[in-house]
Design a protein around this ligand. Structure first.
Ligand code: S3P
Length: 435
């Protein structure tokens, strides 16, 4: 496959899509959503909200309509809620259920069933919910919500937007003020959207950067019209592909650039990547721009661990960029990557080594000695990268394959549909445009 060129548009932001369905399902009246990501993870959220009383439909033109039940109005689901591969659906919905008189069972696929839920069980238990998890605080898990729940003030022990959001969503149907203290900022889509729907929420930033988020419960929601911007985490694969494949010049339209999400682009620029922002604007209350990306000679760097929460999902594809850069890239502070859809530190080390890259694994990151722009060898005849049900491993290694001599074989591309169902066809579009 050759250089990437032309103009493409990536699907809607996954985090914003989940939240628009959840919050729409709590507003009486019609919430309209355009640009929703129609990936399996978001569809799991939609199915769960339907099972708890919301009416959610899609028009032929792709606009979604949600008629909600009102804050506090969720109904007892009749069956287990199947979360598929989606940690965001699971943790945020556990938050919603926690302050309702509902008993719900959450199940998921093999990847999700290995992921830690203790991080949400702990604060939601303080609010009064009761849990029967599988050993190690995992799925399948049954929980009984508390009504009324108890408002808490909770300092996040781990930098996680999912934990923050779970507590805030539980706080919506809790009397009084629920407080989340966030020493290291994470994506703030929940805060933005909660305010948009009419919740009383304030954020105070302390001198050391700690964010104190206070939400008054028993809010009354007004339905919204939401335009979901393109997902920077999906754009990331095309940005890196265009940077490492010689001759590429690609425009990616409508990319969300919320500062709590967009650190990858800054890191790639620091490595020498030519990434220009065109027509910066606002879409759905979020900063957005079109990105023009040109093939670039990348240089290895030490990535500042302070940026990790703002690009936590982008490390697999950054590792690919590093494997093609000149010199050494060092990443640290990536412990959280070990509890994503797969252990992304080990799985990417093994995958990149199989494709011919020089990689050393540490406790909290990877050290990568790049080729200086020469293509990787590619996977040996008969060998395949193991993706472990992790969409971002599959897409990252597909990008690595574009900059390899013999290509990269991947054992399973199906997980790509969880977040980016049109990934392969878009890659074809961008490559054919150049041919
Ligand atoms: C997400 C938060 C992040 C991220 C995930 C989506 C969200 O997880 O990895 O893909 O929408 O809140 P953590 O909160 O576990 O870091």
């Amino acid at each position: 496959m050759g250089a990437l060129s032309g103009k493409i548009r990536v699907p809607g932001d996954k985090s914003i899509s989940h939240r628009s369905i959840m919050l729409g399902a709590l507003a009486v009246g019609e919430t309209k959503v355009t640009g929703l990501l129609e990936g399996e993870d978001v569809l799991s959220t939609a199915a769960a909200m339907r099972a708890m009383g919301a009416t959610i439909t899609r028009s032929d033109s792709g606009e979604w309509s949600i008629h909600g039940v009102g804050v506090g109005g969720l109904l007892q689901p009749q069956q287990a809620l199947d979360m598929g591969n989606s940690g965001t659906s699971t943790r945020l919905l556990m938050g919603l259920v926690a302050s309702h008189a509902i008993t719900a069972t959450f199940v998921g696929d093999a990847s999700l069933s290995k992921r830690p839920m203790g991080r949400v069980i702990d604060p939601l238990s303080l609010m009064g919910a009761e849990f029967t998890p599988s050993p190690g605080g995992r799925l399948p898990l049954t929980m009984r919500g508390a009504f009324p729940a108890v408002p808490i003030s909770y300092r996040l022990p781990v930098a996680s937007a999912q934990v923050k959001s779970a507590v805030l969503l539980a706080g919506l149907n809790t009397p009084g003020i629920t407080t989340v203290i966030e020493p290291i900022p994470t994506r703030d889509h929940s805060e933005r959207m909660l305010k948009g729907f009419g919740a009383e929420l304030e954020v105070e930033i302390e001198a050391d950067g700690t964010r104190v988020i206070r939400l008054r419960g028993e809010a009354e929601f007004r339905p919204q019209t939401i335009v979901v911007p393109g997902d920077p985490s999906s754009a990331a694969f095309f940005v890196v592909a265009a940077l490492i494949v010689p001759g590429s010049e690609l425009i990616i339209e409508n990319v969300g650039l919320n500062p709590t999400r967009a650190a990858l682009f800054g890191v790639l620029r620091q490595m020498g990547g030519q990434i220009e922002e065109l027509d910066r604007r606002e879409v759905g209350g979020e900063p957005v721009a079109d990105l023009r990306v040109r093939h670039s000679a990348l240089k290895g760097i030490a990535v500042d661990p302070a940026v990790v929460p703002s690009m936590v999902d982008e490390f697999p594809v950054l590792f690919v960029a590093a494997a093609l850069a000149e010199g050494r890239t060092v990443t640290t502070g990536l412990e959280e990557l070990r509890v994503k859809e797969s252990d992304r530190i080990t799985v990417m080390r093994v995958a990149l080594e199989l494709a011919g890259a020089r990689v050393t694994e540490t406790e909290d990151g990877l050290i990568i000695d790049g080729t200086g722009g020469d293509p990787l060898a590619g996977t040996p005849e008969g060998a395949e990268v193991a993706t472990h049900l992790d969409h971002r491993i599959a897409m990252s290694m597909a990008v690595a394959g574009l900059a390899s001599r013999s290509g990269v074989a991947i054992d399973d591309t199906r997980p790509i549909a969880t977040s980016f169902p049109v990934f392969e066809s878009l890659l074809e579009t961008a490559s054919t445009a150049a041919a």
